[in-house]
Design a protein around this ligand. Structure first.
Ligand SMILES: C[S@@+](CC[C@H](N)C(=O)[O-])C[C@H]1O[C@@H](n2cnc3c(N)ncnc32)[C@H](O)[C@@H]1O
Length: 223
């Protein structure tokens, strides 16, 4: 795969919630599933959100699985896919191998944290945390994923650095470093985002202070 890709930043459907739309655009998930999986493969998202990975996986004849912390989001995903019994409402930090059959690929986007924040992303920003504790939780989450990922399986993490008022949190790079202690890091793909509306072409197409993000690609090392 090329090490940089460009997509239009758009979603297939209206955001089914309030606040900022944090979903991964489906075109990104499609591109990576086509590259790293085959029809019939099992695909998981351990931070399933509103289920973009699961819906796209099903559209491409892959078998979707997912974990989502928020019960309403898990219910919403169940209504969108035919494998509704494959969606688990729970905490990825509790993931056990008995929860799912072994999976071939994970395409996911964790909840983000800015270095200066003190809210806990793994509790949907309720409760307290620190950036270092958050990175510990990221590492644990992917260790838990390792308990269900097949040898040679792929992990793709959609993540961005974050810039607010000229303060940069190198989230993508810190995540690459931490997850590298669990899986083999194959490298990053830089994703640039363009506007669907040409009248808005001068503004940032994507949030977090950047108009690009990264897909970090890992392989389960027991291949
Ligand atoms: C960036 S969003 C994922 C968006 C998803 N890719 C989509 O397109 O809808 C991260 C998700 O992780 C979930 N989450 C947060 N903490 C979690 C935890 N401890 N276990 C499982 N999911 C968690 C959040 O509720 C949120 O829906």
């Amino acid at each position: 795969m090329r090490t940089h890709l460009s997509f239009e930043f758009s979603h297939r459907d209206e955001f089914p919630d309030e606040g900022e739309d944090f979903r991964t655009p489906h075109v990104l998930v499609e591109r990576f599933l086509e590259e790293y999986t085959d029809p019939g493969d099992r695909v998981i998202d351990i931070f399933a959100g509103f289920g973009t990975t699961l819906s796209v996986a099903e559209d491409l004849d892959r078998v979707p699985y997912g974990i989502e912390y928020e019960p309403e989001r898990a219910d919403w995903i169940r209504e969108q896919i035919s494998h509704s019994e494959h969606v688990r409402n729970g905490d990825v930090l509790d993931l056990e191998s008995s929860w799912f059959p072994s999976v071939d690929c994970c395409v996911t986007s964790p909840p983000f944290m800015e270095r200066g924040d003190d809210r806990n992303p793994f509790r949907n920003y309720a409760g307290e945390s620190t950036y270092d504790a958050y990175l510990d939780d990221i590492e644990t989450a992917f260790e838990r994923l390792d308990s269900v990922l097949s040898p040679g399986g792929s992990v793709i993490i959609d993540v961005s650095n974050m810039k607010y008022q000229d303060r940069v949190t190198t989230l993508a790079w810190d995540m690459a470093d931490r997850v590298s202690s669990v899986f083999h890091f194959d490298g990053e793909v830089v994703v640039t985002w363009t506007h669907e509306d040409p009248d808005e072409a001068d503004g940032p197409a994507f949030g977090y202070g950047y108009d690009h993000s990264y897909c970090l690609v890992f392989t389960e090392p027991d291949a």
